[in-house]
Design a protein around this ligand. Structure first.
Ligand SMILES: NC(=O)c1ccc[n+]([C@@H]2O[C@H](COP(=O)([O-])OP(=O)(O)OC[C@H]3O[C@@H](n4cnc5c(N)ncnc54)[C@H](OP(=O)(O)O)[C@@H]3O)[C@@H](O)[C@H]2O)c1
Ligand SMILES: [Zn+2]
Ligand SMILES: [Zn+2]
Length: 353
């Protein structure tokens, strides 16, 4: 049994997003139906709507993006134990996995070979693909539903579900703690969350940005230093000094410049996911036994840990709240790095459609 939800979808890689309706399954068993209050706009939404990841995960159209979801539980299946109607709840990039493989058993569902992403993944209930959070509601198994600390503003909490966990997870993995020198490259949605989280973890945080107009706000976000990355001389002053660098740039860029900034055994983790390959000169890695890695989102237990950490430190994203009717304008601005620092869609605006 299904019901109709309102949503915004893209019909092709070159179309804008427009109003549509979509069938969602009625909640049964462990399902939770969530009335969506806010959904963040991640640059991954833009990459996928425009099919920029076609070589890795081609987009199936129509595409309803959105994986930074905060809302209120409206209905629950009969077997649900953790949520009840009226609860504040959140959904990130994952809505299911096989639950049995070693990765799932370790709580690392992001590495499950049979994971179901929130959108553009095979839908094992209804066939076709899953549809994301640019919608008035969504139905998700309670195992993949998160709790939002009560003190966090829901519009600003929504981006934690992707931008928050994607930056928290590698920083925890690579041991970002008090006294470590941490670089953040690209001050967008992910980058600004990385600054807040690294600062809260006690690190010395240096932001590398191509946008001089972000300098003051980077300092207010918690950066200790800000470097305008187009100024090679300024960048070079930090050579050989970083324990860890998080690269959150959404476009092609020179990563060797940042590899050179790592100390011995330092690590640079790429979370930014431009569609085209980046060049990696190996000597930068060899000489100081530096490492280069990537990191995808995070598993469910760590996502809850991140939300609780953000609750304890009063961390949310800096959001520009928009009605869904402005989503296409927001995409144009996101493409030119013109947002401080995340768009969050107020889903009440969808009622007017
Ligand atoms: N690994 C994962 O699991 C994961 C999860 C979510 C998102 N992502 C990816 O992470 C990337 C960032 O996402 P986001 O939502 O944070 O995007 P965003 O808000 O658009 O931020 C990207 C930032 O990159 C910088 N930038 C953009 N174009 C650039 C260029 N040509 N050269 C140098 N810097 C440039 C800009 O920062 P400055 O103005 O400061 O230079 C921009 O604000 C995207 O590729 C996204 O798909 C990956
Ligand atoms: Zn995302
Ligand atoms: Zn699994």
């Amino acid at each position: 049994m299904t019901y109709n939800a309102k949503a915004y979808s893209a019909a092709s890689a070159t179309s804008t997003l427009a109003f549509t309706t979509v069938a969602r399954r009625d909640p049964t068993g462990h399902d939770v139906q969530i009335e969506i209050l806010f959904c963040g706009i991640c640059h991954s939404d833009l990459h996928q709507v425009r099919n920029e990841w076609k070589n890795v995960m081609p987009t199936v159209y129509p595409c309803i993006p959105g994986h930074e979801i905060v809302g209120r539980v409206s209905r629950v299946g009969s077997a649900v134990t953790g949520f009840k109607p009226g609860d504040l709840a959140a959904v990130g990039c994952l809505v299911d996995s096989d639950r049995t493989c070693p990765e799932c058993q370790a709580g690392l569902e992001q590495f499950c070979p049979n994971l179901t992403l929130t959108y553009n993944s095979p839908d094992k209930y209804l066939g076709g693909v899953t549809y994301g959070g640019y919608s008035d509601s969504v139905v998700v198994d309670e195992r993949f539903v998160l709790r939002v600390p009560f003190n966090l503003d829901p519009a600003g909490a929504a981006p934690l579900l992707c931008a928050g966990i994607t930056t928290y997870s590698p920083m925890r993995h690579w041991g970002v703690t008090e006294g470590k020198k941490v670089g953040v490259v690209g001050l967008g949605g992910l980058g600004h969350m990385a600054v807040k989280i690294a600062h809260a973890l006690g690190a010395h945080v240096v932001v590398f940005t191509t946008s001089p107009n972000k300098k003051e706000s980077a300092l207010r976000l918690g950066a200790d230093e800000v470097v305008i990355s187009r100024n090679a001389g300024e960048v070079q002053k930090h050579a050989g000094s970083f324990d860890f660098i998080l690269d959150a740039v959404a476009a092609e860029h020179d990563i060797d410049a940042y590899i050179q900034l790592l100390r011995r055994d330092g690590n640079i983790t790429l979370v930014g996911a431009p569609g085209k390959p980046l060049a990696v000169p190996v000597f930068g890695l060899i000489f100081k036994r530096r490492s280069l890695s990537g990191s995808p989102i995070g598993g469910i237990p760590e996502t809850q840990e991140m939300l609780d950490f953000c609750g304890a430190h009063n961390i949310t994203a800096n959001v520009e709240v928009i009605p869904i009717q402005k989503v296409n304008e927001a995409y144009e601005r996101l493409a030119t790095a013109d947002v401080k620092y995340r768009f969050s869609i107020d889903m009440a605006s969808l009622k007017a459609e």
